[in-house]
Design a binder for this molecule. Structure first.
Ligand SMILES: NC(=O)c1ccc[n+]([C@@H]2O[C@H](COP(=O)([O-])OP(=O)(O)OC[C@H]3O[C@@H](n4cnc5c(N)ncnc54)[C@H](OP(=O)(O)O)[C@@H]3O)[C@@H](O)[C@H]2O)c1
Length: 484
Protein backbone atom coordinates (compact mmCIF):
# COMPACT_ATOMS: atom_id res chain seq x y z
CA UNK A 1 0.00 0.00 0.00
CA UNK A 2 1.12 3.59 -0.62
CA UNK A 3 -0.47 6.88 0.40
CA UNK A 4 -0.52 9.68 -2.19
CA UNK A 5 0.03 13.39 -1.40
CA UNK A 6 -3.76 13.81 -1.38
CA UNK A 7 -3.96 11.14 1.33
CA UNK A 8 -5.48 8.54 -1.00
CA UNK A 9 -4.44 4.97 -0.17
CA UNK A 10 -3.42 3.02 -3.26
CA UNK A 11 -2.50 -0.61 -3.76
CA UNK A 12 0.89 -1.52 -5.14
CA UNK A 13 -0.38 -3.25 -8.21
CA UNK A 14 -0.78 -2.64 -11.89
CA UNK A 15 -4.38 -2.53 -13.10
CA UNK A 16 -5.17 -3.35 -16.69
CA UNK A 17 -8.65 -2.82 -18.09
CA UNK A 18 -9.27 -4.89 -21.22
CA UNK A 19 -12.39 -3.92 -23.15
CA UNK A 20 -13.55 -6.80 -25.34
CA UNK A 21 -15.66 -5.32 -28.14
CA UNK A 22 -13.67 -2.08 -28.03
CA UNK A 23 -14.61 -0.89 -31.52
CA UNK A 24 -18.30 -0.64 -30.56
CA UNK A 25 -20.75 2.00 -29.46
CA UNK A 26 -20.53 1.33 -25.72
CA UNK A 27 -16.73 1.53 -25.76
CA UNK A 28 -16.74 4.80 -27.66
CA UNK A 29 -19.64 6.56 -25.94
CA UNK A 30 -19.33 5.30 -22.37
CA UNK A 31 -16.24 3.26 -21.46
CA UNK A 32 -13.60 5.42 -23.20
CA UNK A 33 -14.94 8.69 -21.73
CA UNK A 34 -15.35 7.11 -18.27
CA UNK A 35 -11.75 5.82 -18.21
CA UNK A 36 -10.45 9.12 -19.58
CA UNK A 37 -12.24 11.16 -16.89
CA UNK A 38 -11.13 8.78 -14.13
CA UNK A 39 -7.54 9.11 -15.27
CA UNK A 40 -7.59 12.87 -15.78
CA UNK A 41 -9.21 13.41 -12.36
CA UNK A 42 -6.39 11.29 -10.88
CA UNK A 43 -8.87 8.85 -9.37
CA UNK A 44 -7.23 5.75 -10.79
CA UNK A 45 -4.21 3.89 -9.42
CA UNK A 46 -0.92 5.34 -10.72
CA UNK A 47 -0.16 2.23 -12.69
CA UNK A 48 -3.15 1.64 -14.88
CA UNK A 49 -3.50 0.84 -18.54
CA UNK A 50 -6.31 0.20 -21.00
CA UNK A 51 -6.40 -2.24 -23.86
CA UNK A 52 -9.08 -2.24 -26.54
CA UNK A 53 -9.70 -5.66 -28.05
CA UNK A 54 -11.85 -6.35 -31.13
CA UNK A 55 -11.58 -7.84 -34.61
CA UNK A 56 -11.38 -4.52 -36.51
CA UNK A 57 -8.05 -3.70 -38.06
CA UNK A 58 -6.95 -0.68 -36.01
CA UNK A 59 -3.48 0.56 -35.22
CA UNK A 60 -2.98 1.93 -31.71
CA UNK A 61 -3.23 5.46 -33.08
CA UNK A 62 -6.38 4.76 -35.05
CA UNK A 63 -7.99 3.27 -31.95
CA UNK A 64 -7.04 6.33 -29.89
CA UNK A 65 -8.61 8.58 -32.54
CA UNK A 66 -11.77 6.43 -32.42
CA UNK A 67 -11.93 6.81 -28.63
CA UNK A 68 -11.23 10.54 -28.69
CA UNK A 69 -14.27 11.06 -30.92
CA UNK A 70 -16.36 9.89 -27.96
CA UNK A 71 -14.81 12.28 -25.42
CA UNK A 72 -16.06 15.86 -25.15
CA UNK A 73 -13.62 18.70 -24.58
CA UNK A 74 -10.47 16.75 -23.67
CA UNK A 75 -7.42 19.02 -23.53
CA UNK A 76 -4.29 17.79 -25.31
CA UNK A 77 -2.25 17.27 -22.18
CA UNK A 78 -4.88 15.13 -20.43
CA UNK A 79 -5.57 13.27 -23.63
CA UNK A 80 -1.86 12.62 -24.16
CA UNK A 81 -1.59 11.06 -20.69
CA UNK A 82 -4.58 8.83 -21.42
CA UNK A 83 -3.42 7.89 -24.94
CA UNK A 84 -0.02 6.84 -23.56
CA UNK A 85 -1.74 4.19 -21.45
CA UNK A 86 -4.14 3.07 -24.15
CA UNK A 87 -3.43 0.46 -26.82
CA UNK A 88 -5.28 -1.85 -29.17
CA UNK A 89 -5.04 -5.59 -29.66
CA UNK A 90 -6.70 -7.17 -32.68
CA UNK A 91 -8.44 -10.50 -32.22
CA UNK A 92 -11.63 -12.37 -31.68
CA UNK A 93 -12.88 -12.82 -28.12
CA UNK A 94 -13.63 -16.46 -28.90
CA UNK A 95 -10.10 -17.19 -30.15
CA UNK A 96 -8.10 -18.86 -27.37
CA UNK A 97 -4.73 -18.26 -29.04
CA UNK A 98 -5.38 -14.50 -29.40
CA UNK A 99 -6.41 -14.29 -25.74
CA UNK A 100 -3.33 -16.28 -24.72
CA UNK A 101 -1.08 -13.85 -26.60
CA UNK A 102 -2.86 -10.94 -24.93
CA UNK A 103 -2.48 -12.62 -21.53
CA UNK A 104 1.29 -12.98 -22.05
CA UNK A 105 1.61 -9.40 -23.28
CA UNK A 106 -0.13 -8.00 -20.19
CA UNK A 107 1.98 -10.21 -17.91
CA UNK A 108 5.21 -9.00 -19.61
CA UNK A 109 4.16 -5.36 -19.17
CA UNK A 110 3.57 -5.73 -15.45
CA UNK A 111 6.63 -4.46 -13.53
CA UNK A 112 8.35 -7.04 -11.29
CA UNK A 113 7.12 -7.12 -7.71
CA UNK A 114 3.69 -5.69 -8.47
CA UNK A 115 0.41 -7.58 -8.65
CA UNK A 116 -1.01 -7.94 -12.14
CA UNK A 117 -4.68 -7.00 -11.56
CA UNK A 118 -7.04 -7.17 -14.48
CA UNK A 119 -10.57 -6.32 -15.50
CA UNK A 120 -12.02 -7.97 -18.59
CA UNK A 121 -15.03 -5.90 -19.65
CA UNK A 122 -17.36 -7.76 -22.00
CA UNK A 123 -18.73 -5.00 -24.26
CA UNK A 124 -19.91 -7.62 -26.73
CA UNK A 125 -23.26 -8.77 -27.93
CA UNK A 126 -24.66 -11.12 -25.27
CA UNK A 127 -24.70 -14.19 -27.57
CA UNK A 128 -20.87 -14.05 -27.42
CA UNK A 129 -20.66 -14.14 -23.60
CA UNK A 130 -20.54 -17.95 -23.12
CA UNK A 131 -17.93 -18.67 -25.78
CA UNK A 132 -15.86 -15.66 -24.75
CA UNK A 133 -15.88 -16.62 -21.08
CA UNK A 134 -14.82 -20.17 -21.91
CA UNK A 135 -12.06 -18.89 -24.20
CA UNK A 136 -10.81 -16.49 -21.51
CA UNK A 137 -10.68 -19.39 -19.05
CA UNK A 138 -8.94 -21.73 -21.49
CA UNK A 139 -6.33 -19.10 -22.35
CA UNK A 140 -5.34 -18.87 -18.66
CA UNK A 141 -6.36 -15.19 -18.57
CA UNK A 142 -8.62 -15.73 -15.54
CA UNK A 143 -6.04 -17.44 -13.30
CA UNK A 144 -5.40 -15.36 -10.21
CA UNK A 145 -1.86 -16.49 -9.34
CA UNK A 146 -0.31 -13.10 -10.22
CA UNK A 147 -3.18 -10.78 -9.32
CA UNK A 148 -6.95 -10.36 -9.30
CA UNK A 149 -9.09 -11.19 -12.33
CA UNK A 150 -12.53 -9.59 -12.57
CA UNK A 151 -15.03 -9.85 -15.38
CA UNK A 152 -17.55 -7.12 -16.06
CA UNK A 153 -20.64 -8.29 -17.93
CA UNK A 154 -23.01 -5.90 -19.64
CA UNK A 155 -26.78 -5.97 -19.60
CA UNK A 156 -28.85 -7.79 -20.85
CA UNK A 157 -27.95 -10.78 -18.71
CA UNK A 158 -30.10 -13.56 -20.19
CA UNK A 159 -33.47 -13.25 -21.86
CA UNK A 160 -35.42 -15.37 -19.36
CA UNK A 161 -34.99 -17.13 -16.02
CA UNK A 162 -33.68 -20.26 -17.75
CA UNK A 163 -31.12 -18.47 -19.93
CA UNK A 164 -29.90 -16.30 -17.04
CA UNK A 165 -29.53 -19.40 -14.87
CA UNK A 166 -27.65 -21.21 -17.60
CA UNK A 167 -25.25 -18.28 -17.99
CA UNK A 168 -24.76 -18.11 -14.22
CA UNK A 169 -23.97 -21.84 -14.20
CA UNK A 170 -21.35 -21.40 -16.87
CA UNK A 171 -19.86 -18.39 -15.07
CA UNK A 172 -19.68 -20.26 -11.77
CA UNK A 173 -17.90 -23.14 -13.47
CA UNK A 174 -14.95 -20.83 -14.24
CA UNK A 175 -15.15 -17.89 -11.83
CA UNK A 176 -16.03 -17.22 -8.21
CA UNK A 177 -19.06 -15.01 -7.77
CA UNK A 178 -16.85 -12.30 -6.26
CA UNK A 179 -14.95 -12.03 -9.56
CA UNK A 180 -18.14 -11.24 -11.49
CA UNK A 181 -19.46 -7.71 -11.98
CA UNK A 182 -22.86 -7.75 -13.73
CA UNK A 183 -23.63 -4.18 -14.78
CA UNK A 184 -26.93 -2.41 -14.48
CA UNK A 185 -25.70 1.11 -15.06
CA UNK A 186 -28.63 2.56 -13.07
CA UNK A 187 -26.89 1.27 -9.94
CA UNK A 188 -23.94 3.53 -10.72
CA UNK A 189 -26.02 6.70 -10.69
CA UNK A 190 -25.55 9.01 -7.68
CA UNK A 191 -29.28 9.60 -7.55
CA UNK A 192 -29.91 5.85 -7.32
CA UNK A 193 -27.18 5.27 -4.74
CA UNK A 194 -28.74 8.13 -2.78
CA UNK A 195 -31.85 5.99 -2.21
CA UNK A 196 -29.82 3.90 0.24
CA UNK A 197 -28.37 6.94 1.97
CA UNK A 198 -31.74 8.66 2.12
CA UNK A 199 -33.34 5.59 3.69
CA UNK A 200 -30.61 4.38 5.99
CA UNK A 201 -28.68 7.50 7.04
CA UNK A 202 -31.85 9.26 8.24
CA UNK A 203 -33.96 8.04 11.12
CA UNK A 204 -37.14 9.96 10.35
CA UNK A 205 -38.29 7.90 7.35
CA UNK A 206 -37.81 4.35 8.60
CA UNK A 207 -40.79 4.33 11.05
CA UNK A 208 -43.20 5.28 8.25
CA UNK A 209 -41.59 3.20 5.48
CA UNK A 210 -44.17 0.42 5.51
CA UNK A 211 -47.74 -0.66 4.81
CA UNK A 212 -49.11 1.34 7.77
CA UNK A 213 -48.24 4.67 6.15
CA UNK A 214 -47.52 4.07 2.48
CA UNK A 215 -50.49 3.74 0.14
CA UNK A 216 -48.59 2.72 -2.98
CA UNK A 217 -45.30 3.21 -4.84
CA UNK A 218 -44.90 4.20 -8.50
CA UNK A 219 -41.61 3.66 -10.29
CA UNK A 220 -41.43 5.21 -13.75
CA UNK A 221 -38.72 5.18 -16.37
CA UNK A 222 -40.17 7.17 -19.26
CA UNK A 223 -38.36 7.81 -22.53
CA UNK A 224 -39.25 10.38 -25.16
CA UNK A 225 -37.36 8.66 -27.99
CA UNK A 226 -38.51 5.64 -29.97
CA UNK A 227 -36.24 2.70 -30.79
CA UNK A 228 -33.76 4.94 -32.64
CA UNK A 229 -32.17 2.45 -35.02
CA UNK A 230 -32.18 -0.38 -32.45
CA UNK A 231 -35.38 -1.88 -33.88
CA UNK A 232 -33.93 -5.30 -34.60
CA UNK A 233 -32.69 -5.77 -31.03
CA UNK A 234 -35.72 -4.12 -29.44
CA UNK A 235 -38.26 -6.17 -31.33
CA UNK A 236 -36.97 -9.37 -29.72
CA UNK A 237 -36.74 -7.71 -26.33
CA UNK A 238 -39.58 -5.26 -25.67
CA UNK A 239 -40.14 -3.14 -22.62
CA UNK A 240 -40.31 -6.00 -20.10
CA UNK A 241 -36.90 -7.40 -20.93
CA UNK A 242 -35.22 -4.15 -21.96
CA UNK A 243 -36.17 -1.97 -18.98
CA UNK A 244 -38.46 -3.52 -16.38
CA UNK A 245 -36.49 -6.71 -15.61
CA UNK A 246 -33.34 -4.70 -14.94
CA UNK A 247 -33.57 -0.99 -14.09
CA UNK A 248 -37.07 -0.87 -12.62
CA UNK A 249 -36.72 -4.07 -10.65
CA UNK A 250 -33.48 -2.79 -9.11
CA UNK A 251 -35.09 0.52 -8.17
CA UNK A 252 -37.93 -1.37 -6.51
CA UNK A 253 -35.48 -3.55 -4.59
CA UNK A 254 -33.68 -0.46 -3.25
CA UNK A 255 -36.95 1.13 -2.11
CA UNK A 256 -38.37 -2.04 -0.57
CA UNK A 257 -35.34 -3.86 0.93
CA UNK A 258 -34.76 -4.18 4.65
CA UNK A 259 -31.81 -2.27 6.14
CA UNK A 260 -28.62 -4.29 5.56
CA UNK A 261 -26.62 -5.24 8.64
CA UNK A 262 -23.51 -3.56 7.19
CA UNK A 263 -22.36 -1.86 4.03
CA UNK A 264 -20.52 -4.87 2.64
CA UNK A 265 -21.50 -5.80 -0.93
CA UNK A 266 -23.04 -9.09 0.18
CA UNK A 267 -25.03 -7.61 3.08
CA UNK A 268 -26.58 -5.17 0.63
CA UNK A 269 -27.21 -7.72 -2.06
CA UNK A 270 -28.64 -10.26 0.42
CA UNK A 271 -31.41 -7.79 1.29
CA UNK A 272 -32.16 -6.91 -2.34
CA UNK A 273 -32.30 -10.58 -3.21
CA UNK A 274 -34.61 -11.32 -0.27
CA UNK A 275 -37.13 -8.69 -1.23
CA UNK A 276 -37.16 -9.77 -4.89
CA UNK A 277 -37.77 -13.34 -3.79
CA UNK A 278 -40.80 -12.17 -1.76
CA UNK A 279 -42.65 -10.74 -4.79
CA UNK A 280 -46.02 -12.46 -5.11
CA UNK A 281 -46.41 -14.82 -8.07
CA UNK A 282 -49.11 -14.23 -10.62
CA UNK A 283 -50.51 -16.67 -13.14
CA UNK A 284 -52.03 -16.56 -16.60
CA UNK A 285 -55.45 -15.80 -15.20
CA UNK A 286 -54.31 -12.75 -13.25
CA UNK A 287 -51.78 -11.23 -15.64
CA UNK A 288 -54.51 -9.02 -17.04
CA UNK A 289 -55.27 -7.37 -13.70
CA UNK A 290 -51.57 -6.96 -12.91
CA UNK A 291 -50.33 -5.42 -16.14
CA UNK A 292 -51.01 -3.16 -19.11
CA UNK A 293 -49.11 -2.84 -22.37
CA UNK A 294 -48.96 -0.67 -25.45
CA UNK A 295 -47.14 -0.06 -28.70
CA UNK A 296 -46.57 3.38 -30.21
CA UNK A 297 -48.08 4.16 -33.58
CA UNK A 298 -45.33 3.98 -36.19
CA UNK A 299 -43.31 1.33 -34.35
CA UNK A 300 -44.13 -1.26 -37.01
CA UNK A 301 -42.48 0.98 -39.67
CA UNK A 302 -39.18 1.21 -37.77
CA UNK A 303 -36.13 -0.44 -39.38
CA UNK A 304 -35.61 -4.01 -38.21
CA UNK A 305 -39.11 -4.35 -36.73
CA UNK A 306 -41.42 -7.16 -37.88
CA UNK A 307 -44.39 -5.40 -39.57
CA UNK A 308 -46.75 -7.70 -37.63
CA UNK A 309 -44.87 -7.31 -34.34
CA UNK A 310 -46.79 -7.59 -31.06
CA UNK A 311 -43.81 -6.31 -29.06
CA UNK A 312 -44.80 -3.86 -26.33
CA UNK A 313 -42.95 -0.53 -26.27
CA UNK A 314 -44.88 0.52 -23.15
CA UNK A 315 -45.61 -1.60 -20.12
CA UNK A 316 -46.94 -1.33 -16.59
CA UNK A 317 -46.79 -4.11 -14.04
CA UNK A 318 -48.30 -4.11 -10.56
CA UNK A 319 -46.43 -6.16 -7.96
CA UNK A 320 -47.08 -7.03 -4.33
CA UNK A 321 -44.35 -8.00 -1.89
CA UNK A 322 -45.44 -10.71 0.50
CA UNK A 323 -43.60 -9.75 3.66
CA UNK A 324 -44.52 -8.06 6.91
CA UNK A 325 -43.43 -4.57 5.81
CA UNK A 326 -45.19 -4.40 2.44
CA UNK A 327 -48.26 -6.64 2.66
CA UNK A 328 -51.00 -5.13 0.47
CA UNK A 329 -48.96 -2.17 -0.88
CA UNK A 330 -48.97 -2.03 -4.69
CA UNK A 331 -45.63 -1.33 -6.40
CA UNK A 332 -46.47 -0.12 -9.90
CA UNK A 333 -43.58 -0.22 -12.36
CA UNK A 334 -44.01 1.67 -15.62
CA UNK A 335 -41.77 2.24 -18.62
CA UNK A 336 -42.24 3.20 -22.23
CA UNK A 337 -40.73 4.67 -25.37
CA UNK A 338 -41.82 7.61 -27.54
CA UNK A 339 -43.64 9.25 -24.63
CA UNK A 340 -44.30 12.90 -23.86
CA UNK A 341 -41.22 13.30 -21.71
CA UNK A 342 -38.03 11.63 -20.55
CA UNK A 343 -37.98 11.14 -16.80
CA UNK A 344 -37.11 8.56 -14.17
CA UNK A 345 -38.74 8.89 -10.81
CA UNK A 346 -39.87 6.96 -7.76
CA UNK A 347 -43.07 8.39 -6.30
CA UNK A 348 -44.22 7.22 -2.89
CA UNK A 349 -47.74 8.18 -1.94
CA UNK A 350 -48.61 8.08 1.75
CA UNK A 351 -52.01 7.23 3.15
CA UNK A 352 -54.53 9.99 3.68
CA UNK A 353 -55.11 11.22 7.25
CA UNK A 354 -57.60 8.95 9.04
CA UNK A 355 -60.02 11.82 9.59
CA UNK A 356 -60.61 14.73 7.20
CA UNK A 357 -61.09 17.43 9.82
CA UNK A 358 -60.36 20.20 7.29
CA UNK A 359 -62.85 18.88 4.78
CA UNK A 360 -62.52 17.32 1.40
CA UNK A 361 -59.76 19.62 0.15
CA UNK A 362 -57.29 18.38 2.77
CA UNK A 363 -58.47 14.84 2.40
CA UNK A 364 -57.62 14.88 -1.29
CA UNK A 365 -53.95 15.73 -0.78
CA UNK A 366 -51.92 12.87 0.64
CA UNK A 367 -48.22 13.41 1.37
CA UNK A 368 -45.90 12.34 -1.38
CA UNK A 369 -42.22 11.71 -1.59
CA UNK A 370 -40.63 11.86 -5.03
CA UNK A 371 -37.13 10.55 -5.50
CA UNK A 372 -36.15 11.89 -8.89
CA UNK A 373 -33.38 10.07 -10.74
CA UNK A 374 -33.24 12.01 -14.04
CA UNK A 375 -33.35 14.60 -15.55
CA UNK A 376 -34.38 16.15 -12.23
CA UNK A 377 -31.80 14.92 -9.74
CA UNK A 378 -33.26 15.37 -6.31
CA UNK A 379 -35.84 14.62 -3.66
CA UNK A 380 -39.22 16.34 -3.18
CA UNK A 381 -41.43 15.94 -0.12
CA UNK A 382 -44.95 17.24 -0.59
CA UNK A 383 -46.94 18.27 2.45
CA UNK A 384 -50.11 20.22 3.09
CA UNK A 385 -50.13 23.81 4.44
CA UNK A 386 -52.68 26.43 5.25
CA UNK A 387 -52.89 29.18 2.67
CA UNK A 388 -52.84 32.69 4.22
CA UNK A 389 -56.18 34.41 4.81
CA UNK A 390 -59.38 33.85 6.66
CA UNK A 391 -60.92 30.43 6.79
CA UNK A 392 -58.99 27.25 6.23
CA UNK A 393 -57.81 26.74 2.68
CA UNK A 394 -55.22 24.05 2.13
CA UNK A 395 -52.46 23.76 -0.46
CA UNK A 396 -49.81 21.18 -1.15
CA UNK A 397 -46.23 22.52 -0.97
CA UNK A 398 -42.90 20.91 -1.59
CA UNK A 399 -39.63 20.68 0.33
CA UNK A 400 -36.94 20.04 -2.25
CA UNK A 401 -33.33 19.05 -2.51
CA UNK A 402 -31.41 19.01 -5.80
CA UNK A 403 -27.90 17.79 -6.43
CA UNK A 404 -25.84 20.83 -7.50
CA UNK A 405 -25.51 21.00 -11.30
CA UNK A 406 -22.35 19.46 -12.74
CA UNK A 407 -21.52 17.42 -9.65
CA UNK A 408 -22.97 14.13 -10.85
CA UNK A 409 -20.51 11.74 -12.46
CA UNK A 410 -21.45 9.41 -15.26
CA UNK A 411 -22.59 6.04 -13.90
CA UNK A 412 -19.90 4.20 -15.87
CA UNK A 413 -17.13 6.20 -14.18
CA UNK A 414 -18.35 5.13 -10.79
CA UNK A 415 -18.91 1.51 -11.78
CA UNK A 416 -15.56 1.08 -13.54
CA UNK A 417 -13.79 2.54 -10.54
CA UNK A 418 -15.70 0.20 -8.23
CA UNK A 419 -14.75 -2.80 -10.40
CA UNK A 420 -11.08 -1.72 -10.41
CA UNK A 421 -11.19 -1.34 -6.63
CA UNK A 422 -13.04 -4.64 -6.16
CA UNK A 423 -16.28 -3.23 -4.73
CA UNK A 424 -19.24 -5.20 -6.11
CA UNK A 425 -21.94 -3.42 -4.05
CA UNK A 426 -23.50 -1.75 -7.06
CA UNK A 427 -23.42 -4.75 -9.37
CA UNK A 428 -26.01 -7.52 -9.61
CA UNK A 429 -25.41 -10.85 -7.94
CA UNK A 430 -26.55 -14.03 -9.67
CA UNK A 431 -29.52 -14.65 -7.35
CA UNK A 432 -30.90 -11.11 -7.76
CA UNK A 433 -30.91 -11.50 -11.53
CA UNK A 434 -32.58 -14.89 -11.35
CA UNK A 435 -35.32 -13.65 -8.99
CA UNK A 436 -36.11 -10.71 -11.21
CA UNK A 437 -36.28 -12.90 -14.33
CA UNK A 438 -38.66 -15.24 -12.51
CA UNK A 439 -41.00 -12.30 -11.90
CA UNK A 440 -40.76 -11.02 -15.47
CA UNK A 441 -41.14 -14.44 -17.10
CA UNK A 442 -44.68 -14.63 -15.72
CA UNK A 443 -45.63 -11.45 -17.54
CA UNK A 444 -43.82 -12.48 -20.72
CA UNK A 445 -45.72 -15.75 -20.64
CA UNK A 446 -49.06 -13.99 -20.18
CA UNK A 447 -48.40 -11.24 -22.74
CA UNK A 448 -47.00 -13.45 -25.47
CA UNK A 449 -48.65 -16.82 -25.04
CA UNK A 450 -51.84 -15.77 -23.24
CA UNK A 451 -52.16 -12.64 -25.43
CA UNK A 452 -53.46 -10.57 -22.54
CA UNK A 453 -53.90 -7.81 -21.63
CA UNK A 454 -54.74 -6.14 -24.94
CA UNK A 455 -51.81 -4.49 -26.73
CA UNK A 456 -53.10 -0.91 -26.99
CA UNK A 457 -51.70 1.64 -29.38
CA UNK A 458 -50.65 5.11 -28.30
CA UNK A 459 -49.47 8.20 -30.14
CA UNK A 460 -45.78 9.11 -30.01
CA UNK A 461 -45.44 12.14 -27.72
CA UNK A 462 -48.43 11.11 -25.60
CA UNK A 463 -48.53 9.79 -22.02
CA UNK A 464 -49.04 6.21 -23.23
CA UNK A 465 -52.32 4.32 -23.39
CA UNK A 466 -54.78 6.05 -21.01
CA UNK A 467 -56.31 2.69 -20.01
CA UNK A 468 -53.08 1.78 -18.20
CA UNK A 469 -53.89 4.20 -15.38
CA UNK A 470 -56.77 1.93 -14.22
CA UNK A 471 -54.15 -0.48 -12.97
CA UNK A 472 -53.32 1.91 -10.12
CA UNK A 473 -56.72 1.36 -8.55
CA UNK A 474 -59.53 3.72 -7.70
CA UNK A 475 -58.64 7.23 -6.55
CA UNK A 476 -55.01 6.96 -7.68
CA UNK A 477 -53.34 8.60 -10.66
CA UNK A 478 -49.95 8.81 -12.28
CA UNK A 479 -47.83 11.03 -10.10
CA UNK A 480 -45.12 11.96 -12.55
CA UNK A 481 -45.53 15.63 -13.46
CA UNK A 482 -47.49 17.12 -16.29
CA UNK A 483 -48.85 14.13 -18.09
CA UNK A 484 -52.15 13.73 -16.29
N1 LIG B 1 -24.32 0.90 -26.45
C1 LIG B 1 -24.87 1.12 -25.29
O1 LIG B 1 -25.21 2.27 -24.94
C2 LIG B 1 -25.12 0.01 -24.34
C3 LIG B 1 -25.79 0.29 -23.12
C4 LIG B 1 -25.99 -0.76 -22.21
C5 LIG B 1 -25.53 -2.02 -22.48
N2 LIG B 1 -24.89 -2.25 -23.68
C6 LIG B 1 -24.42 -3.61 -23.94
O2 LIG B 1 -23.03 -3.56 -24.25
C7 LIG B 1 -22.69 -4.56 -25.20
C8 LIG B 1 -22.04 -3.89 -26.41
O3 LIG B 1 -22.96 -2.99 -26.98
P1 LIG B 1 -22.55 -2.00 -28.16
O4 LIG B 1 -23.70 -1.09 -28.34
O5 LIG B 1 -21.21 -1.40 -27.93
O6 LIG B 1 -22.49 -3.01 -29.39
P2 LIG B 1 -21.70 -2.81 -30.76
O7 LIG B 1 -21.66 -1.37 -31.12
O8 LIG B 1 -22.30 -3.77 -31.72
O9 LIG B 1 -20.22 -3.25 -30.41
C9 LIG B 1 -19.84 -4.56 -30.16
C10 LIG B 1 -18.43 -4.72 -30.63
O10 LIG B 1 -18.06 -6.08 -30.44
C11 LIG B 1 -17.06 -6.37 -31.38
N3 LIG B 1 -17.06 -7.80 -31.63
C12 LIG B 1 -18.00 -8.54 -32.26
N4 LIG B 1 -17.61 -9.83 -32.30
C13 LIG B 1 -16.41 -9.87 -31.67
C14 LIG B 1 -15.52 -10.92 -31.37
N5 LIG B 1 -15.77 -12.17 -31.71
N6 LIG B 1 -14.39 -10.61 -30.70
C15 LIG B 1 -14.11 -9.35 -30.32
N7 LIG B 1 -14.93 -8.32 -30.57
C16 LIG B 1 -16.06 -8.60 -31.25
C17 LIG B 1 -17.42 -5.61 -32.63
O11 LIG B 1 -16.25 -5.10 -33.18
P3 LIG B 1 -15.40 -5.86 -34.30
O12 LIG B 1 -16.32 -6.07 -35.45
O13 LIG B 1 -14.30 -4.89 -34.55
O14 LIG B 1 -14.92 -7.13 -33.70
C18 LIG B 1 -18.25 -4.43 -32.11
O15 LIG B 1 -17.61 -3.22 -32.30
C19 LIG B 1 -24.01 -5.27 -25.53
O16 LIG B 1 -24.13 -6.38 -24.70
C20 LIG B 1 -25.06 -4.25 -25.14
O17 LIG B 1 -26.29 -4.85 -24.81
C21 LIG B 1 -24.67 -1.28 -24.59
Amino acid sequence: MTVSEEGVVKRDGKSTVVVLGASGDLAQRKLGPALFHLLSSKTLPDLCSFIGFARSDYTNDQFRVFLREGVQGANDSDWGAFAERTSYFQGSSTDVSALTRLDHLIARNCPDGLTDDRIYHLALKPSLYPETLLALAESGSLEESTGSRRVVIEKPFGTSYDTARELNHLIHSILNEDQVYRIDHYLGKDTVQNILVFRFANTIFEPIWNRNYIDHVQISVLEDLGVEGRGEYYDTSGVLRDMIQSHLMQLMALVAMEPPASSTPDALRDEKSKVLSAVRSIDETTVEVHSARGQYTGYLDEDGVDPASQTATYGVIKLFIDNWRWQGVPFVLRSGKALKRKATEIAIEFKRPPQAIFGVAGDAMPNRLNISIEPDEGVHLEFVNKTPGSGVQLASESLEFHFPGGTIRDAYERLLLDAIEGDASHFNRSDEIEHSWKIIDQFIEGWINGKQPLLRSYQPGSAGPPEAEHLLGEGRRWLLGDEN
